[in-house]
Design a protein around this ligand. Structure first.
Ligand code: HEC
Ligand code: HEC
Ligand code: HEC
Ligand code: HEC
Ligand code: HEC
Ligand code: HEC
Length: 498
């Protein structure tokens, strides 16, 4: 029998290696074509196509070579293999049947393993996998996610993005996460911020172009105080979200300063990035550098923890784009302003907030206690209201329970209190981490904090019922008379989540 290759090629190890390498190579081609044809890029595809399969390919090639080397040594030593193959005779009907069956089987196996690996990859990429497999652990994030503007954006799109490098990092930490869920090693709640989150350029900016922010958006707020009448006030503001492309509008505002014309770096000294004593602004066009620091802070190269230096991106303001846990105050104000909670019920704002903030050990006990507390309050203090407004009270209870369900997760010890939201300055320091009037350059320039820098309050109905309107901005009147000018105060000093 004439042989195509040198004799040492013909040995079982080499054949096995060649088979493995061939199969992996085929699958790589198959998955690459699938990826090219699929309309959206799937981050997990990369790991199978470019990492796992190539490992098998390499193992195959390694075995192939090892087999040849071993066989050559054997041949040199004169050890002869007896017949290496059985002889197939297609004239024998039994053998023919066997071969046909075997070939069909092999083709089917190949097909299903390709299909199977495709399905497996698709599943590990899905939101069900992320959100539901680890049901209890991820329940808070998943629930909040479902009612966020990003409920149609896959978890991996923000948490991993596309490309093989981040894929590997995610896989490594992912396998640790699976382990920690299986062995209950995870912490409650899951800590925030996420360390090593991918910079926003690879995630958010794939959908939102920072160049395209312009003009203002209008935001309405309605407030109720904690008194018997639930004293109402409201305001309407234009938030200056501009800063993108001057072709589309004015090139100033919240987004311009942070992202395009400037590079902003900062140093934080605590785990939630709340305390920021040092900010460096580099103008990308002129190259001019400004350093703002808190009084008494000295930037010492040697003492500074370099890991705590961050270049500002979307996440430094939008840290809760998807997992938003609202403060009870805010949720109750909204439900009342929408009429879902009757604003005529005496003290309803007060008791609703207190009921929500109770310390409950399970979700069910929370829901039950809320119903009990509110019914009990009206039965004891306002028996006539309890009679007349029975229906409105139970509607209010239902709504408050909804708020609880959506924002509180006792089993994971999650509520808005543990998860600061940097997008404002009322309940968390947010913008006032830097815009607090305490950050100066050596020349005495301050990071500005005047109330019209970021928004213009165009109208306000105060707690006393006055209507203030001005397109150039009304001075904010604090809903509760504080006796001093609120403009000089830091809101979180009284409003903080504690
Ligand atoms: C729109 C982008 C986006 C989407 C979609 C998204 N996340 Fe997040 N996620 C974030 C950001 C941003 C953070 C907070 C990062 C930070 O502060 O460091 C975060 C934080 C988390 C945390 C850490 C704990 C916490 O609450 O801060 C977990 C767990 C998490 N996400 C799980 C998920 C799961 C599960 C899904 C899908 C059901 C998902 N995420 C979808 C952007 C997203
Ligand atoms: C896959 C595309 C996609 C990605 C990735 C994405 N977003 Fe969005 N985002 C959207 C869409 C679509 C909307 C509009 C949703 C709507 O109005 O219902 C939106 C809305 C928003 C809004 C406005 C929300 C509001 O209350 O109206 C903000 C802010 C935002 N995204 C920030 C982010 C940030 C920050 C990230 C990165 C962590 C991010 N997005 C990642 C698609 C995306
Ligand atoms: C000295 C403490 C203090 C400071 C500082 C302070 N507030 Fe208040 N704020 C209060 C009190 C007290 C109330 C009334 C709570 C109640 O009875 O409802 C209140 C109520 C409010 C309300 C209505 C609350 C609601 O949920 O309906 C808003 C809005 C508000 N403050 C905004 C601000 C802003 C913005 C700042 C910062 C510029 C600020 N406050 C600074 C003490 C303070
Ligand atoms: C300095 C803080 C800051 C940074 C940095 C920042 N944003 Fe914003 N962004 C805001 C604020 C504040 C708003 C208005 C919030 C609101 O809707 O109440 C906003 C609004 C938005 C909106 C909604 C705009 C609309 O028309 O409704 C989107 C989308 C958005 N940001 C995306 C991004 C993306 C993407 C990045 C990163 C390239 C980014 N932002 C960086 C503060 C910031
Ligand atoms: C890490 C520090 C830091 C944080 C956090 C921060 N800023 Fe700034 N911001 C600066 C610095 C520094 C400047 C430049 C100094 C100045 O203009 O006063 C600036 C300037 C601005 C300007 C002026 C832009 C212009 O067109 O001139 C706006 C608007 C602004 N910030 C909005 C915000 C908002 C809104 C938030 C919160 C969502 C925020 N910033 C959070 C550091 C910060
Ligand atoms: C650095 C930018 C910046 C400065 C300076 C600033 N604000 Fe704001 N303010 C914001 C942002 C961002 C929001 C969030 C808007 C939203 O929730 O959509 C906000 C929200 C508010 C709200 C509504 C809060 C709520 O959730 O009900 C009030 C009231 C307010 N600001 C008053 C003030 C007053 C008074 C000052 C001056 C002491 C001031 N702001 C200075 C950025 C700023």
């Amino acid at each position: 029998m004439r042989r195509f290759f040198p004799p040492y090629v013909y040995n079982p190890i080499t054949f096995f290696g060649a088979g493995l390498a061939g199969l992996s190579f085929g699958l790589i081609i198959f998955l690459t074509i699938l990826e090219l044809l699929s309309p959206e890029s799937k981050p997990y595809m990369g790991i199978i196509t470019f990492i796992i399969l190539p490992i098998f390919l390499l193992i195959g090639i390694f075995l192939l070579v090892v087999g040849m080397l071993r066989e050559r040594r054997r041949l040199e030593q004169g050890i002869k293999r007896r017949k290496r193959f059985m002889i197939i005779d297609l004239n024998d009907p039994k053998q023919r049947r066997m071969i046909t069956l075997f070939s069909i089987g092999a083709v089917l196996l190949l097909f299903f393993s390709a299909f199977g690996s495709y399905k497996a990859y698709e599943f590990s990429d899905s939101d069900e996998f992320c959100g539901e497999m680890c049901h209890e652990v991820m329940a808070p994030e998943y629930t909040a996610y479902l009612s966020s503007p990003h409920s149609r954006v896959g978890c991996v799109t923000c948490h991993i993005g596309s490309g093989a490098a981040w894929f590997v990092r995610a896989k490594i930490s992912g396998s640790y996460q699976v382990y920690s869920v299986l062995f209950k090693k995870y912490s409650k709640p899951i800590p925030t911020p996420v360390k090593d989150l991918r910079p926003a350029a690879g995630t958010c900016e794939q959908c939102h172009s920072p160049q395209h922010f312009f003009s203002e958006i209008r935001r309405e707020f309605t407030y109720y105080l904690y008194d018997e009448k639930n004293t109402k006030s409201s305001l309407s503001m234009l938030l200056k979200i501009g800063g993108g492309n001057s072709d589309l509008g004015r090139a100033e505002g919240i987004h311009w300063h942070m992202n395009i014309a400037n590079k902003m770096e900062y140093l934080y000294t605590d785990s939630i990035r709340d305390n920021i004593p040092w900010v460096k602004q580099t103008n990308n066009i002129t190259g001019k550098v400004k350093i703002f620091k808190k009084k008494n802070f000295v930037y010492d190269e040697k003492k500074v923890n370099k890991e705590n230096l961050r270049t500002m991106d979307c996440i430094d303001c939008h840290n809760r784009p998807s997992h938003i846990y609202n403060p009870s105050d805010k949720s109750v104000n909204l439900s009342m302003s929408l009429g879902r909670i009757d604003e005529k019920l005496p003290y309803i704002k007060n008791i609703a907030v207190n009921a929500l903030e109770g310390d409950y050990s399970t979700k069910q006990s929370g829901l039950d206690s809320i119903a009990y507390a509110i019914n009990d309050f009206y039965n004891t203090n306002f028996p006539s209201v309890a009679q007349e407004k029975k229906e409105n009270i139970s509607k209010a209870i239902e709504e408050i329970q909804k708020i609880y369900n959506r924002n509180y997760f006792p089993s994971m010890r999650v509520s808005w209190r543990g998860f600061p939201n940097h997008l404002s300055h009322l309940y968390d320091s947010g913008c006032f981490r830097c815009h607090d009037g305490e950050h100066f350059t050596d020349d005495g320039e301050m990071i500005r904090r005047d109330c019209n820098l970021c928004h213009t309050i165009i109208s306000q109905t105060t707690s006393k019922g006055e209507n203030l309107v001005s397109m150039s901005g009304v001075d904010f009147v604090h809903p509760e008379d504080l006796g001093t000018d609120v403009k000089d105060l830091i809101c979180v000093e009284c409003h903080a989540r504690k």
